[in-house]
Design a protein around this ligand. Structure first.
Ligand code: SF4
Ligand code: SF4
Length: 354
């Protein structure tokens, strides 16, 4: 039986978090003393920590200090959406902490060929870093909503092993098929196969996540060796009754193990936790019906002219080439659009609505 450790912290006090993580490691029976460890947070874009779009730097500090106490050699890496890792680390407030703790930042810019396990129709994947170079990979997602996939949690966080713009190619292959995209995410997660997943849900994001939603205090820290179990626990708590595509795909393939929740002071669920507008229509419909009605049900992205600054990033990241800059705002070709919401995710000014 897998374990999901659920604890509470109402602040990003590194000492409090470190104590909680240490108890969690003990309960799980994990000994990583002396190992080389790659920490993989969510470093989606250059956002200040209080925007709740990225794993909080003080959460990572607590984890890294704990690993160093256990004589681990620690690296930290990710592949942000379109910016350099250096920029994301600097603006997000990580650079000084990493320097102080002697932790090397690893941009995921290599080309490492891997074979998938066949959950999706694809077998060949290219990762930006080889997880097998490390004796342990610790996956540290942020608890957030996600326009296309409902929520982004432990399993989705390992999609960050795909290099920046190459992520868009996987979106393009999946098109508007959320279930197909979910199966690709599951395959990538199984290649990375993290040793441990630790969810930063102290302040999560609800509404139109994963980058421009509303920060919401949840006070939750969850730890498990198995991200499928951890994600199933979070779905039950935050959005029961409407299966997230990644969780549904994992369950269909028998990948969600039986698990027990070990309560280390689990906080109450937040009173208001809204899901993204892009995903509020079709989640309870049977899959064949969803497929048939996909074009009608999925919401179209559009730009808010008052907020848009015509930076052009949405057009740059759109995998379908469905955006061009017009006078005063971007113009969308909704027939070409695959409803991946990468434009909304990457818009630095939160100007894209659905
Ligand atoms: S990314 Fe956002 S701000 Fe930039 S052009 Fe697109 S909608 Fe406007
Ligand atoms: S317009 Fe936006 S939602 Fe549509 S394909 Fe491009 S990035 Fe995805």
């Amino acid at each position: 039986m897998e374990k999901v450790i659920a604890g509470r912290s109402d602040s990003y006090d590194p000492r409090e978090i470190k104590g909680l993580l240490e108890s969690g490691f003990k309960r799980i029976g994990l000994d990583i003393t002396g190992r080389s460890v790659l920490v993989k947070p969510n470093l989606l874009a250059s956002k200040a920590p209080d925007r709740a779009a990225t794993t909080h730097p003080d959460f990572l500090r607590a984890l890294i200090e704990l690993l160093i106490d256990h004589s681990c050699m620690v690296c930290l890496g990710d592949s942000p959406g379109y910016e350099s890792l250096d920029r994301v680390l600097r603006i997000g407030g990580y650079t000084g902490m990493l320097r102080e703790l002697g932790v090397r930042a690893v941009p995921f810019t290599r080309e490492v060929a891997k074979k998938g396990s066949g959950i999706s129709p694809y077998r060949d994947f290219v990762l930006g870093e080889d997880p097998d170079r490390y004796e342990a990979v610790i996956n540290v997602p942020k608890l957030k909503t996600h326009g296309m996939m409902g929520m982004t949690l432990g399993v989705k966080n390992t999609f960050g092993f795909i290099r920046g713009f190459a992520k868009g190619r996987w979106h393009l292959r999946a098109g508007r098929d959320r279930d197909l995209f979910a199966s690709i995410i599951v395959d990538i997660h199984r290649i990375v196969s993290p040793t441990l997943t630790i969810l930063d849900g102290i302040v999560g994001m609800c509404g139109d996540g994963p980058s421009n939603g509303d920060p919401v205090a949840c006070g939750l820290v969850a730890i498990s060796r198995d991200a499928f179990a951890l994600d199933a626990f979070i779905e039950d708590r935050f959005w029961p009754g409407a299966p997230l595509p990644v969780n549904e795909c994992a369950a269909r393939h028998g990948l969600v193990p039986p698990f027990e929740v070990i309560d280390l002071g689990l906080p109450p669920a937040p009173a208001h936790f809204t899901m993204p507008r892009a995903c509020d229509t079709d989640w309870n419909l049977p899959r064949p019906v969803k497929r048939l009605l996909r074009n009608v049900l999925t919401k179209k992205p559009k730009a808010d002219r008052d907020t848009c600054r015509l930076c052009g990033i949405c057009a740059e990241v759109c995998p379908a080439g469905a955006i061009r800059l017009g006078e005063g705002s971007p113009l969308f070709d909704h027939r070409a659009c695959i409803r991946c919401y990468c434009c909304q995710e990457m818009c630095p000014h939160g100007a894209i609505r659905t």
